[in-house]
Design a protein around this ligand. Structure first.
Ligand SMILES: NC(=O)c1ccc[n+]([C@@H]2O[C@H](COP(=O)([O-])OP(=O)(O)OC[C@H]3O[C@@H](n4cnc5c(N)ncnc54)[C@H](OP(=O)(O)O)[C@@H]3O)[C@@H](O)[C@H]2O)c1
Length: 228
C-alpha cells in the first residue's frame, strides 16, 4: 500500500466561512419571498451521490475515497508506527490535530514556545514535554511532518525546517502554495523524502465541528514526491 493512502487517510481523519455576501443574498431572497403570496412549490430534494469512485476534472479521472474505504481500525493499523508531528496550531492545526488525537493516532504538536498557539494548545489539553514541543523538537520526533504554519510562515521558517527533513520522513501540506510557487516561497522539499498534500475544503473550525457531528469534510489529496 503506497503512502498515497496515507495522504488520503489524513485528509479524511483530519480534515465555513459562508461569506457575508451569501448571507445578504439569502436575506434578500427571504424578504422577497415574504412579500409574495404563498404558492405551493414542488420541492426536489438534493441527494448526495455515494459510492462514486472517480470524478472527471478537466479531462482527468481522479479517484474518490470515502470514509467507508478507510474505517478507523484500518487507519490505526496503517499509522501504528508513525508519529504525526503537526507544526503550527492555527486554524488547520487545531482542527486536524484534535481530530487525529480523538481518532487515537499518535499526534504531537510543534509550535513556538509561549506564542498564542502554544497557549491555545495547552488550553486544548496538549501537554508540554509529552505531546507539545517547540517546532524543532517536534520535527525531530515526527515521521510525518504536517506543515500547518501559515503559508507566509512556511516560507519564513523554511531555512530552519528544511535541514530537519531527513530521509524517511514524510512532509505534508494542506495547501500546495509553498512547493508550487517555490520561486517565490523558496520552499523546495528535499528529493529524498515523500511529500504529500491533504487539503480540507473548509476552515479548521469546520473540520473540527463536522468531525464532532460524526461527519467529515471533502478534501483534496495529492502526491508531490513519491520517494517510498
Ligand atoms: N484556514 C483555512 O481555512 C485553510 C483551509 C485549507 C487549507 N489551509 C492551509 O493550511 C495551512 C495552515 O493554515 P492556517 O489557516 O491554519 O494557518 P494559521 O491559522 O494562520 O496558523 C498560523 C500558525 O503559524 C504559526 N506561525 C506564524 N508565523 C510563525 C513563525 N514565524 N514561526 C513559527 N510559527 C509561526 C502560528 O503560531 P503563533 O500562534 O505562535 O503565531 C500559528 O500556529 C496553510 O497552508 C493554509 O493554506 C488553510
Amino acid at each position: 500500500m503506497s503512502f498515497r493512502n496515507a495522504s488520503i487517510r489524513l485528509a479524511k481523519s483530519a480534515s465555513s466561512a459562508i461569506v457575508a455576501a451569501q448571507s445578504k443574498r439569502a436575506l434578500s431572497v427571504l424578504a422577497r419571498q415574504a412579500a409574495r403570496p404563498t404558492v405551493a412549490r414542488k420541492v426536489v430534494p438534493t441527494i448526495a451521490a455515494r459510492g462514486v469512485k472517480t470524478i472527471n476534472f478537466g479531462g482527468m479521472d481522479e479517484i474518490v475515497y470515502e470514509r467507508a474505504d478507510w474505517p478507523r481500525e484500518k487507519l490505526l493499523e496503517y499509522f501504528k508506527n508513525d508519529t504525526l508531528a503537526l507544526i503550527g496550531y492555527g486554524s488547520q492545526g487545531y482542527g486536524q490535530g484534535l481530530n487525529l488525537r480523538d481518532n487515537g493516532l499518535n499526534v504531537i504538536i510543534g509550535v513556538r514556545k509561549n506564542g498564542a498557539s502554544w497557549k491555545a494548545a495547552i488550553e486544548d489539553g496538549w501537554v508540554p514535554g509529552e505531546n507539545l514541543f517547540d517546532v524543532t523538537e517536534a520535527i525531530g520526533k515526527g515521521t510525518i511532518i504536517m506543515n500547518l504554519l501559515s503559508d507566509a510562515a512556511q516560507s519564513e521558517t523554511w531555512p530552519t525546517i528544511a535541514p530537519l527533513l531527513t530521509e524517511g520522513k514524510t512532509l505534508y501540506f494542506s495547501h500546495g502554495f509553498s512547493p508550487v510557487f517555490k520561486e517565490l516561497t523558496h520552499v523546495e522539499p528535499p528529493k529524498n523524502i515523500d511529500v504529500i498534500l491533504a487539503a480540507p475544503k473548509g476552515s479548521g473550525r469546520t473540520v473540527r465541528s463536522l468531525f464532532k457531528e460524526g461527519r467529515g469534510i471533502n478534501s483534496s489529496y495529492a502526491v508531490w514526491n513519491d520517494r517510498s
